[in-house]
Design a protein around this ligand. Structure first.
Ligand code: 8Y4
Length: 294
């Protein structure tokens, strides 16, 4: 045991992530966060009720496939997507949340709106996945603090309307690192402790394909520097399409390569569409890492 501790690399430091009554300890199993969208692209056929029923079934399926967290979102944050009102976002997510909160996997609420986060936490969500962590919005952090919830602090340059218009950085890794540092201070001041916080470089949010690869290649740096669990959300994203010249439905292998890389480099949480394939890939890399440490 002593030898193991001595040999533990800096990317294998012991850290805890707390989300309400749940505490995850790392190093441990990589957490697989299954994506559950309730957005209008899917209202086209069958309408709202059918969409919500399908979402509930998909949540059950993802839990059977091994998902550790269900990431529920009602606002599309794709580049150039239209804003959604608070009322509409609540109408989309709350009925689904109420039906999946008892299924056994903790729920993260993917929202940029403090009021939506608050309602979701009151209904039992465990984590706020905030892709808008770059806003100056104390209300979001106050809601997280009040519930002792987990918080995913994601980097985005700009906002979804403008972020992909010629994103530029002097040094993308340094800039994202400064952002994490500065946010962790503000979070602490708002009552959200570091043990509640996970960090995410925000693949595709105001980044060129090259920026995305630079950030993923630097996962090790972020772990050593900030000593917090990292979330990687690369699943099916367009930087893979750019590299592979593959449409969205042909990005599974590329997405799994990112999962393997994330696990190998010590990231702790992966946000994905393909839960079963991701769990299988993660378990294989973890077995190899255990052997290497013996
Ligand atoms: C195909 C399908 C292509 C979906 C692109 C996409 C992240 C996130 C999103 C992320 C965290 C997306 C809500 C974008 N990405 N949350 N959310 N990290 N924490 N696009 O990278 O999945 S939405």
């Amino acid at each position: 045991m002593r030898a193991f501790a001595d040999e533990m690399s800096e990317t294998q430091q012991r850290i805890k992530w707390r989300a309400r009554d749940r505490v995850w300890e790392f190093p441990g199993k990589t957490l697989v966060m299954g994506i559950l969208n309730v957005t209008p692209d899917s209202f086209a056929d069958g309408g709202r009720y059918a969409t919500q029923e399908a979402a509930i079934r998909r949540a059950e399926e993802m839990i059977e496939e091994g998902a550790d967290i269900i990431d529920l979102g009602g606002e599309s944050t794709r580049p150039n997507s239209a804003p959604v009102s608070e009322e509409e976002e609540l109408r989309r997510v709350m009925p689904v949340l109420e039906r999946i909160v008892g299924l056994g996997a903790p729920i993260s609420i993917d929202t940029r709106k403090p009021a939506v986060a608050r309602r979701a936490l009151e209904a039992g969500a465990a984590i706020v996945n905030d892709v808008g962590a770059n806003r100056e919005d104390e209300a979001m952090w106050e809601a997280v603090a009040e519930h002792g919830a987990g918080y995913i602090c994601m980097h985005m340059k700009g906002d979804p309307q403008t972020m992909q218009k010629n994103p530029r950085y002097e040094d993308v890794v340094a800039e994202v690192s400064r952002f994490f540092e500065e946010r962790m201070e503000k979070l602490a001041a708002a009552g959200v402790g570091p043990e509640q916080t996970a960090l995410d470089v925000g693949v595709g949010f105001g980044k060129t394909p090259r920026h995305n690869f630079q950030l993923l290649a630097a996962q090790n740096h972020f772990i050593k520097r900030h000593n917090r669990p990292l979330v990687v959300g690369a699943s099916r994203k367009s930087f893979l399409g750019w590299l592979l010249n593959a449409p969205v439905e042909e990005r599974l292998a590329g997405s799994l390569a990112c999962v393997c890389w994330a696990v190998w480099s010590g990231s702790r949480i992966v946000r994905v569409h393909d839960v079963q394939a991701t769990c299988h890939a993660a378990r294989v890399i973890e077995a190899l890492m255990r052997e290497q440490r013996r």
